[in-house]
Structure formats: C-alpha cells, structure tokens
Design a binder for this molecule. Sequence first.
Ligand code: AMP
Length: 187
Amino acid sequence: MKRLIFLGAPGAGKGTQATVVAQDRQIAHISTGDILRAAVAAKTELGQQADTYMSRGDLVPDELVLGLVKQRLQEADAQAGWILDGFPRNAAQAEALDSLLADIGQSPDHAINLDVPDEILVARLLDRGQAQGRKDDTEEVIRHRLRVYREQTAPLIDFYELVGKLVSVNGDAPVEAVTHHLISLIS
Ligand code: AMP
C-alpha cells in the first residue's frame, strides 16, 4: 500500500507518524501544514494570505491549498507513493482530491484515522507549543482548531468509511507502538 491519507485531529500524531512511515516505505510525506508554514516563513504571496487564517486556527481557503497539493503530487518522489498529512480537511477538499487523483490515474489505498481522546490532544498541543513555539499552539487557538476539526474534518471519517477505505488506529499509545502498528497494517 503506497497511497495513504492520514486523518486525525490536531495533536493526534499525524506528522510524527507520517514522517517515519513515509521514510520506511520510501514514499513522499506531503504535509499541507508544513508547506504552508514554509510559505509563511518565506513571506511568499501565498504565505502572506495563509498566515491570517493559520494564526486564528481556521482553515486556509481551499483554492490556496488545492494548487499546492496538485503540484506536490506531480513531483518525482510522489510517483513511488505518498502520505497525505493534514489534507483533505473538509468535504470539498476530499472531492477535489478524488478528481485530481482520477486525472492522474490514482486513488488512495486507505484513509487512516489516528484516534486520540480530546483531553490528550489539548495536553499534547500545549506541550508542542512550548517546545516548538508554534503560535497556533496556544490554548485558545488549540480549542478553536479542535472545533474546526470536529465540524469540518471529522465528517471525512464517515466519508472514507462509506467508500470502504477507512482504517482506525489507536493513537493514544507510545509513538513507537503506533508506528509499529501502522507499518504492519501498510506492509
Ligand atoms: P497542521 O500542521 O496540519 O495542523 O496545519 C496547521 C494549519 O495550517 C491549520 O490550522 C490550517 O490553518 C492550515 N492548513 C493545513 N492544512 C490545511 C488544509 N488541508 N486546508 C486548509 N488549511 C490547512
């Protein structure tokens, strides 16, 4: 299996796990959050537009994100496979992804939901905010991001369940245990 979507709330461990799993499987790790943060840091036009939304904890408009993903999927390393981390984030993005992939003759093998209880998410994000200085990891913005997740992103769990692609994994376990579980599922 080489084309995977990582679902899960902010703080569920998508980025950590996607980094290790992508390395292990020799496939591309595509994190829209990382790409957007790099654009903000580089003060590109896109970065400047995205910054306002990101610092509030809102989703960046779909049209900004879709272009990035489309471009990234065409790069050489993504031909071996990919993990999408943090995309799609709402129903419109999931539909756009389907048609984008259909255009290049691909489809996701699985959508993997990393399941973690809410109170653990908040604690993890607060820790990360202190460790990494991410400005969207303050308590108020964290609570907003979790709300946005519940309202806009969590419905994708049902979407991928309906098309028979959903796999749920307990993300409330030691990092190495979750990695092991994921790699054994995918291999
Ligand atoms: P993440 O690192 O995935 O938690 O993303 C951090 C922030 O980047 C989010 O709170 C959004 O503001 C923005 N972002 C990342 N991915 C997307 C996406 N697929 N659609 C819209 N906004 C996104």
